[in-house]
Design a protein around this ligand. Structure first.
Ligand code: URA
Length: 199
């Protein structure tokens, strides 16, 4: 896949491939370290993301930042994007056709970033990437090796805000990501384990 960031970004901003283009305020392509070892994929922009054009800046994003910090990472270490780049009205789950219309952008982003690890945040990201049979409660925390990339589904941070009992398993998943990074020799803390209080 021969693409470049400027050309991809231009395509994403100009996209009218699905009805979400008509109701968006801003497209939210994604952001972060363009050579990140860890890529995070969410569902789609919410209200604040639509207003600012930036991914995960609302309450779920603030929680995500705390979870990343607890495993020694900041936004500068990771690349964050979503399955769909435009906000679904009233934050509804994106339709399969909308995800399908947008998936080529995600493929190109992945090809450009070349992450070693992908963390799928929530059911929409997990099912889009790993298959519709996936059940996030049952299948979270399990590693999949896909085209040489370690992929793990976990709960979406919004789900943790709605249901406190999901925080502990999510923390286990984040620790597993940290351990995988250490094992692959890519944790910025040089292998030093940090035990976060978290959440
Ligand atoms: N939820 C998501 O899935 N993505 C965002 O960017 C914000 C909230």
């Amino acid at each position: 896949m021969n693409t470049s960031w400027p050309s991809l970004t231009e395509q994403i901003f100009a996209c009218q491939a699905c009805p979400l283009a008509r109701t968006r305020t801003h497209v939210v392509p994604g952001e972060g370290n363009l050579h990140a070892d860890l890529m995070l994929i969410g569902e789609g922009p919410g209200e604040q993301e639509d207003r600012t054009g930036r991914p995960f800046v609302g309450p779920a994003g603030q929680l995500l930042d705390r979870m990343l910090a607890a495993i020694g990472l900041t936004r500068e270490h990771v690349y964050i994007c979503n399955i769909v780049k435009c906000r679904p009205p009233h934050n509804r789950v994106p339709e399969a056709e909308e995800a399908a219309a947008c998936i080529g952008f995600l493929r190109q982003q992945t090809a450009l970033v070349q992450p070693r690890i992908i963390l799928l945040l929530g059911s929409t990201a997990a099912r889009t990437i790993l298959g519709e049979d996936l059940r996030i409660t049952r299948d979270r925390g399990v590693w999949h090796l896909k085209k040489g990339i370690w992929v793990m589904p976990t709960y979406h941070p919004s789900a943790l805000l709605r249901d406190e009992t999901k925080k502990r398993p999510a923390w286990e998943d984040f620790k597993a990501v940290r351990d995988k990074m250490i094992k692959l020799g890519i944790h910025p803390g040089n292998g030093e384990k940090t035990e976060g209080g978290l959440l």
